[in-house]
Design a protein around this ligand. Structure first.
Ligand code: FES
Length: 218
């Protein structure tokens, strides 16, 4: 009896039986692949900034309102204006958290706008550019984070430049690097006007390097 069972175990069966087994095995593999795709793709894509998945889009994140009372102080060719605002910070599957940030806003004169690319070639070069429009309706909104090591710089009206208190990096009104250890100029943020409301997407770039690498965004 034992010998018979061993022999029947080795018996590959008829051609139809083999075909059916092969079909069932392939179907199981295919179903497993579909389940992996259905569950895996949203998991992976949720961890990648949308701007990297859709580089043609103007912004990958959410939009935060800039208070009108502060934004309206920006004048063409005038001093940069500090604008404090609230935004919701999204981090993977965690619920969004409210946070307060500030940015620096400028409005370019027609002449500044014509010369902007020449003054900020880093924002258009292949390795260091940003994937969204830098100038919107003549406005440029800068992140307040120093590209050197992440301190907060400030506009110094008497010097007519942004100066970082930590290691002395200095930037011109259009954010160009003028002095100090910073490896790049200031980082502009995605900006838009929607139904009369100025909005930005908060993006944090990796500090200490010339290339702009996104480390977080709202
Ligand atoms: S962090 Fe701004 S100069 Fe170093």
């Amino acid at each position: 009896m034992a010998v018979h069972e061993a022999q029947s175990y080795k018996d590959p069966g008829t051609f139809e039986e083999q075909s059916r087994r092969k079909f069932l095995a392939n179907a199981t593999l295919a179903a497993g692949g579909v389940i992996t795709l259905v569950l895996g793709v949203p998991l992976v894509t949720s961890l990648i900034p949308e701007s990297l998945l859709n580089p043609g889009k103007s912004s990958g994140g959410t939009w935060a309102d800039l208070p009108k009372s502060q934004f309206d102080k920006i004048a063409a060719g005038g001093d940069p204006i500090k604008i404090t605002f609230d935004f919701k910070y999204a981090d993977g599957y965690f619920p969004p958290e409210a946070d307060e940030q500030f940015v620096w806003g400028i409005k370019l004169t027609p002449e500044q706008e014509r010369n902007f690319k020449a003054r900020r070639p880093d924002l258009y070069a292949l390795e260091t550019r940003v994937e969204y429009p830098v100038i919107t309706q003549s406005y440029v909104i800068f992140s307040s984070i120093c590209p050197h090591l992440g301190c907060r710089f400030a506009w110094v009206p008497d010097a007519k430049r942004f100066i970082c208190p930590c290691h002395g990096s200095q930037f011109g009104p259009e954010g160009a690097k003028l002095a100090g250890p910073t490896p790049r100029g200031l980082d502009p943020l995605p900006f838009r006007e929607k139904d009369g409301q100025a909005q930005v997407t908060w993006i944090q770039y990796k500090s200490g390097q010339a290339e702009r690498l996104i480390v977080s965004y709202s």
